[in-house]
Design a protein. Structure first.
Length: 93
């Protein structure tokens, strides 16, 4: 039983890490485009609170919204999904 719980905790940490990486990528893309959270939220027609939750990695945006974020920040959806801002080699070219 303990091993199942340990596996669940490990999977949970993995999911949180991916959400945090996506949130950090959204933040990095927004900052590179010199947009405030307020400005990007208005362009996406969502609340600043929701954008903040996405950037903090506490929520994952739906795919359609993720595509809109990528469009507004002028990067591809694939790049947004695969960026790992904590990596020293991370660049927003």
């Amino acid at each position: 039983m303990a091993t199942i719980q340990a596996k669940r905790r490990k999977i949970g940490r993995s999911i949180v890490q991916r959400n945090t990486n996506l949130g950090a990528a959204i933040t990095a893309a927004r900052i590179k485009c010199r947009l405030s959270q307020q400005e990007l939220a208005e362009r996406l027609e969502i609340s600043v609170r929701n954008l903040g939750l996405f950037e903090a990695g506490k929520r994952v945006p739906p795919l359609g919204l993720l595509e809109d974020i990528a469009r507004e920040t002028k990067i591809s959806t694939v790049k947004l999904l695969t960026m790992i801002p904590s990596n020293p080699k991370f660049k927003m070219d």
